[in-house]
Design a protein around this ligand. Structure first.
Ligand code: SAH
Length: 346
């Protein structure tokens, strides 16, 4: 195990079976060792700066039916909403004043938002806030569409691959969604010039350590600029309502491995991590994460973007409570960084 940890932290490539041994080798002691190294690595690259992103969840309509996701098409208990440009711009204004220099537009796959509509929103944000980055997280689209959105000014794109194993992918998604298309999208995004993020849920139904090893191997090959991981949390109106949630320990362990494998990666301590433990996000940072994405959506819709049960949107998850976040970060010797917070790779 020590040999594997040394290889990982000295930048050596690992095989799938070595990644599996690393994950199988979880013990609280090994987790502590990895977190110590990963936290040091984070400090080496980013000092004590934590990058913040204002998350605007602008539509919860979705044409897809992913088995894990609370805003899946067949969930009739979601009160659906769409934000207009006139709703979104005041969010950016408020966010800018608070110190946010990245706005993340996330949503379900909603055909209402054509390329033209999205381009108009993106270019208006970029005109009004030229010193800000725009990140999109709106699922699978064509190469042409990704290119148009990029030309309109989008800088980054988050598209979790969800799992790098074909069979596992089909157990989480209906037939019309395929891993190969997901990967194709990620490759297209990268070729266009986006800073690209992939990632997966920890503890999703049917996930094994072998599959997780394939996820890590995929990250090692693909070398994304960002990686989003968080525990799977069941949502009561989905086919996975009765499945068990992913754990804090395993998520932290994987965060540390990812930080060591991709030292300059942008790695959020996610809302899902904060949802399963009150100190989840602080522990995420101490395990190697360097990004936090508070909720900047209009307050009236925050309770409606219900990817999973009990999703946080108050306290330091709320963008307007940046002061609270600052205080929490101070207790772990970190601070909020005001700036775009681009990938050091570009
Ligand atoms: N439609 C966009 C955004 C999806 S929501 C897209 O396809 O990329 C963002 C992420 O939330 C998903 O990629 C998924 O990994 C995560 N998510 C969805 N349901 C979840 C659940 N029940 N528990 C934890 N994370 C979940």
């Amino acid at each position: 195990m020590d040999k594997l940890i040394n290889w990982l932290s000295s930048g050596e490539m690992l095989t799938k079976s070595e990644f599996k041994d690393l994950i199988d080798g979880y013990t609280p002691e090994n987790a502590e060792k990895l977190a110590f190294l990963a936290n040091n690595k984070r400090q080496q690259i980013f000092s004590n700066n934590i990058y913040i992103r204002g998350l605007i969840e602008f539509t919860n309509y979705c044409k897809n039916n992913c088995y894990y996701c609370g805003i899946r098409r067949d969930n009739k208990n979601v009160s659906r909403y769409r934000l207009t440009k006139e709703d979104i711009l005041p969010c950016c204004d408020k966010g800018y004043k608070l110190g946010f220099r990245t706005f993340v537009l996330q949503g379900g796959e909603d055909n209402f938002f054509t390329d033209d509509k999205l381009c108009e929103i993106i270019s208006e944000i970029k005109n009004l806030y030229p010193d800000c980055a725009v990140t999109l997280s709106i699922g699978e689209r064509t190469l042409e569409s990704y290119q148009k959105l990029f030309n309109a000014g989008a800088d980054r794109y988050l598209l979790r691959h969800e799992t790098a194993n074909d069979k596992h992918y089909s157990s989480l998604h209906p037939r019309e969604l395929t891993l190969s298309n997901r990967i194709k999208c990620l490759e297209n995004l990268k070729s266009i010039g986006y800073q690209v993020g992939c990632g997966f849920m920890v503890g999703s139904p049917n996930q094994t350590n072998e599959f997780l090893a394939e996820d890590l191997y995929f990250l090692q090959q693909f070398r994304p600029h960002m990686v989003g991981i968080g525990p799977f949390i069941p949502q009561k109106d989905t086919p996975f309502a009765n499945q068990t949630a992913g754990t804090l320990e395993k998520t932290l362990y994987l965060l540390s491995i990812i930080r060591l494998m991709l030292p300059d990666v942008l790695l959020p301590a996610t809302t899902a991590l904060g949802t399963i433990h009150p100190k989840g996000r602080e522990m995420g940072i101490l395990s190697g994460a360097n990004v936090i994405m508070p909720n900047l959506s209009p307050e009236i819709v925050r309770g409606k973007y219900t990817l999973y049960d009990n999703k946080l949107y108050t306290g330091d998850e709320a963008a307007e409570n940046l002061k609270l976040l600052r205080e929490k970060l101070k207790t772990i010797n970190c601070k909020v960084y005001i700036g775009r917070g681009d990938s050091p790779k570009i």
